[in-house]
Design a protein around this ligand. Structure first.
Ligand SMILES: [Zn+2]
Length: 196
């Protein structure tokens, strides 16, 4: 996928990339400060200055823009970091196959965007309640009973990778059912990727 670093910097604020990274920061005037998880630093080593769109890690003595921040925290190359940001914030390349199809960027699903949520799930179904799950909690988590589809007759739980829905695991009388689109290898990878 074509990625324009400039576009990423325009569309994503550095604070949002900090949120994406799960950084715990405290505001000190113009700056946000916190621990650098990559360096396991002191509490204030990582400094983000939103007005400049910049960060500096006093432990590593490194700084830069939000792409450099993601690169530093996640230990990725700049291009990989840019890719992770674009993926997380669902950025569509300004010039690319999606844009040339009449510019309906938001409605054009990119290949990496995973799964559409199942709209027909029943959050208050008795099978959901039988698990001890309140309907409101089930709804907010996207858990529900599937009256149709591949997971028919099961309570399904959404699977996420990097914040994107990648499928559902179904729970029924015969135990767990993994989604067809996730091979055994892909499912293992999902579990592994979610571990800290
Ligand atoms: Zn650091």
């Amino acid at each position: 996928m074509f990625l324009d670093f400039q576009q990423i910097k325009q569309e994503v604020a550095i604070e949002d990339s900090a949120t994406m990274l799960g950084l715990v920061l405290k505001r000190h005037g113009e700056q946000l400060r916190g621990k650098c998880p990559a360096c396991e630093s002191s509490e204030r080593a990582l400094v983000i200055t939103p007005s400049k769109g910049a960060f500096y890690c006093h432990e590593a003595k490194k700084g830069g823009d939000l792409i450099a921040l993601v690169s530093h925290i996640k230990n990725l190359g700049m291009r990989e970091a840019a890719g992770a940001i674009a993926h997380h914030f669902k950025l569509v390349p300004a010039s690319g196959p999606a844009a040339s199809k009449g510019g309906k960027e938001k409605e054009t699903p990119a290949p990496c965007q995973g799964f559409q949520p199942l709209g027909y799930l029943q959050h208050a179904h008795e099978a959901v309640q039988a698990l001890g799950l309140a309907a409101e909690a089930a709804q907010s988590l996207g858990i529900g009973y599937a009256p149709k589809g591949l997971m028919r007759g099961r309570v399904v739980f959404p699977l996420y990778r990097d914040g994107l829905l990648v499928g559902y695991v179904g729970y029924g009388d015969d135990g767990l059912k993994l989604p067809k689109n996730l091979t055994a290898d892909a499912a293992t990878e999902t579990v592994a990727a979610d571990k800290p």
